[in-house]
Design a protein around this ligand. Structure first.
Ligand code: G
Ligand code: G
Ligand code: MN
Ligand code: NA
Length: 251
């Protein structure tokens, strides 16, 4: 309730900002893209974790506005970097399944992209696997629309929900992210077998794979041996602010 009380103000005053966590090639450590992650510092509550405020925002019908604000920050960053003649990489934004119930979601997105003169090829839409709760027809329609407009889509937290295998086949996703609970247990024989299969399926369907939550060199080595090309996690980079990103000079 405390969170909910302050969330409306937070949205109005743009207190929620995007942090960035790179995704890297396991072979050479090259940054292929980044994920934008919402971070909220409230003047009253201090730092509030997205694990706490995202579910509240979802229940209160505020998540769409938050997601769109994050997307706008990303588009502004593209515009500024390009104006300064600096290199950009594609950025993935997380969106809640809520958006799928707004018929104008894709048009809304398209308008924002136009407003900032951005290249849609640089925007990746990361959709959590709880999308399994949305009906496949609707998801199919939206993901196809995004695909036609040049936007890439990524299935987040893959392996955690239901019906994942069937919709992998039905929906033209370009990327699949292996949930970090698999990465953290990859030393277990059963988990290893599952991850190996996921990588195989993705390869056969021509979908890129990113392993999430890689924290140790051992995990990275096993994933690489299984044929996983990209990863994300504290071993490589933690999420960082716009400013940290600019100052680090990693791009
Ligand atoms: O960054 P962190 O691991 O604390 O994020 C926790 C959860 O919040 C993750 O599941 C992540 O996908 C989700 N999340 C982070 N940023 C956003 C956002 O901008 N929009 C939505 N819908 N979810 C987000
Ligand atoms: O659900 P989603 O994959 O969007 O969640 C991403 C969240 O995972 C972010 O909040 C980010 O802070 C967190 N995260 C990123 N890398 C690691 C990691 O190596 N270990 C752990 N435990 N969390 C991570
Ligand atoms: Mn994500
Ligand atoms: Na995830």
């Amino acid at each position: 309730l405390l969170i909910l009380n302050h969330l409306t103000e937070a949205i109005k005053h743009k207190e929620i900002t995007a942090f960035f966590q790179p995704k890297v090639e396991l072979r050479r450590g090259r940054i292929t893209s980044m994920e934008a992650l919402a971070r909220w510092t409230s003047p009253v509550l201090g730092h509030v974790s997205p694990a706490d405020f995202i579910p509240v925002a979802e229940r209160a019908g505020l998540i769409r506005e938050i997601d769109l604000q994050i997307i706008e920050q990303v588009l502004r960053w593209f515009q500024r970097r390009q104006y300064e003649g600096k290199h950009i990489v594609p950025i993935a934004v997380n969106i809640s399944p809520e958006h799928f119930y707004y018929p104008r979601f894709v048009e809304e997105l398209e308008q924002l992209i136009k407003k900032y003169h951005a290249d849609p090829n640089y925007l990746i839409i990361e959709i959590t696997e709880s999308l399994g709760l949305v009906d496949v027809k609707r998801a199919q329609e939206i993901i196809k629309k995004l695909y036609i407009r040049g936007l890439k889509t990524s299935v987040d937290d893959f392996g955690m929900g239901y019906s994942s295998l069937s919709y992998l086949q039905k929906l033209p996703f370009s990327e699949l992210k292996i949930d970090r609970s698999f990465t953290s247990r990859i030393h277990e024989a059963g988990t290893l077998a599952i991850v190996r299969s996921i990588i195989q399926i993705a390869y056969n369907l021509e979908i890129d794979v990113v392993a999430e939550g890689v924290e140790t060199k051992e995990q990275a080595d096993v994933l690489y041996q299984l044929g996983c090309k990209c990863a994300q996690g504290y071993l490589f980079y933690r999420p960082m602010s716009f400013r940290e990103l600019e100052e680090s000079n990693i791009l």
